[in-house]
Design a protein around this ligand. Structure first.
Ligand code: ZN
Length: 483
């Protein structure tokens, strides 16, 4: 009996003590930070971002629909707007619509780094519902408005502005930098980032780090926390499409032989979707929870800093919201279901696409196995169509992660910095084979309302964020240089 009482006391007291000790340790350290690089001409940056938006560089699922002339015009606009960058840096060729630049650093024995963004945007549906036209050059209320103003032309223009500014001031980076802007990120195509990655593979070039678009400095990340959290994607969920086909003789709907192919496939789809895949706390999410725990109000920090005991509780809270639930598990959504094309025709076959988003370190065969196990129907034929490689988790123990963290701390001193798992895909996944430190981060302070405009209507990017984004890249590029 006494032992039981002691055991209960121990389980109650240990988490409390653990939280107190861990939080105490952290409060001791504080490193003085130097100021970030100062932006000299924000006005030019704002004008150029507004102009960049006016090029409707929309990528369509059917590549033939993509207007190549618009992409060519966009490239010309960049050349004219950034004459120093296009003359002093080496312009490389990795596919006609891609932009690839190289800036040789002071010390060529260091591995180069790669900064990325993408030129293409998603289409702007219901343009008439927008406050300002989606493809105009609107600057109003302290924002640049329009499709792509945030995703990802803000990043693209911030990189270009920082390069032009540094070149005008006769600066030179310590390590060499590659700059890559792919042309088809939004359709996960093969003409953009994949081609650029192939270029580097052929040249046998590896990188110290790769920095692409990704997590933002998230304001009100959790309501209990006063600091914004800069979330740096150190892995992403990779994307696999599986076409499921079920054939059964159809015919005229006046004499059906039910169940039809559509009904049989529908039952399979229901089995596939009705239960979630098993959850798992991956390393980036564990680290995120620890950082939140170290800074949240004390009561909240007890479960966050004691996952050994409270993991089921924390997971249950995450699972309530689809956005956070997706961080815990691989997911599957069935899309593009097909039957016959006439009201009185029973289809001879029915088809559906299972879009599977895998946690890191899982390949397409795993996805196929997971789907088959759920569906349990031997009559279905499965075909893997499009897939990204499995994503690997970049370590947060590296000097390169510390560098990115330090630059964020300098430009966003109010924010906490944490690793993160990206639920969506980025171009960066194609570079994991070329680099151990692949990061996905967009240097902009935003709340969730602002983030929803991305791919939605009234997308915009604030002038204050543009200034910090330019400063972020300039600070990063000049880090450690002597010029
Ligand atoms: Zn994007």
């Amino acid at each position: 009996m006494v032992i039981i009482v002691w055991a209960i006391l121990l389980v109650l007291i240990t988490p409390l003590l653990r939280a107190i000790i861990l939080r105490h340790k952290v409060n001791g350290e504080s490193v003085p930070l130097s100021t970030p690089y100062k932006v000299t001409d924000l006005k030019r940056g704002v004008e150029n971002l507004a102009k960049a938006v006016s090029f409707a560089t929309v990528s369509y699922q059917e590549w033939e629909k993509t207007d190549l002339e618009v992409f060519r015009g966009f490239r010309e606009f960049l050349k004219e707007s950034y004459p120093l960058t296009f003359s002093k840096l080496t312009v490389l060729d990795a596919g006609e619509l891609n932009i690839l630049l190289y800036w040789e650093g002071e010390n060529t024995t260091l591995l180069p780094a790669l900064l990325m963004a993408h030129q293409d945007v998603v289409d702007a549906q219901d343009a008439k519902d927008w406050t300002y036209p989606p493809f105009a050059s609107t600057v109003e209320q302290g924002y640049v408005w329009g499709r792509g103003s945030f995703d990802a032309k803000a990043q693209l223009i911030a990189i270009m502005e920082s390069l032009e500014m540094l070149l005008a001031a006769h600066k030179r980076p310590q390590r060499s930098y590659y700059i890559a802007f792919g042309c088809d990120e939004e359709i996960r195509g093969s003409n953009g980032a994949q081609k650029i990655a192939q270029f580097f593979v052929a040249q046998n070039i590896r990188f110290a780090f790769v920095l692409d678009e990704g997590g933002v400095v998230a304001d009100a990340f959790i309501s209990a926390l006063k600091e914004p959290v800069a979330v740096v994607g150190v892995a992403e969920k990779s994307n696999t499409n599986i076409v499921m086909t079920l054939a059964k003789e159809g015919g005229h709907s006046s004499n059906p032989q039910n169940p039809s192919a559509v009904a049989l496939l529908s039952r399979a789809i229901w089995r596939l979707e009705k239960r979630k895949f098993k959850g798992e706390l991956t390393q980036p999410i564990r680290e995120l929870l620890t950082i939140l725990g170290l800074n949240a109000p004390f009561l909240l920090s007890i479960p966050l800093l004691n996952l050994w005991l409270f993991k089921p509780l924390v997971a249950a809270i995450f699972s309530k919201n689809p956005a956070t639930d997706a961080l815990l598990r691989s997911t599957c959504a069935v899309t593009m279901v097909k039957g016959s094309s006439a009201a009185n025709v029973i289809a001879n076959k029915s088809e559906a696409v299972a879009n599977v988003r895998l946690l890191p370190n899982r390949n397409q065969e795993v996805a196929l196995k997971m789907v088959k196990r759920r569906v349990k129907n031997r009559a279905i034929n499965y075909q893997l169509v499009q897939h990204a490689p499995p994503s690997r988790i970049s370590s947060t123990e590296s000097a390169e992660f510390s560098l990115i963290k330090e630059i964020i701390n300098r430009v966003f001193p109010e924010a906490l910095v944490s690793p993160y798992l990206m639920a969506g895909g980025t171009d960066a996944i194609w570079f994991e084979a070329l680099c151990d430190n692949v990061f996905r981060f967009t240097p902009a302070l935003m709340d969730s309302g602002e983030l929803k405009r991305m791919h939605g209507k009234n997308e915009r990017f604030s002038l204050a964020n543009l200034e910090r984004a330019i400063s972020f890249y300039a600070t990063l590029i000049t880090q450690g240089s002597h010029h």
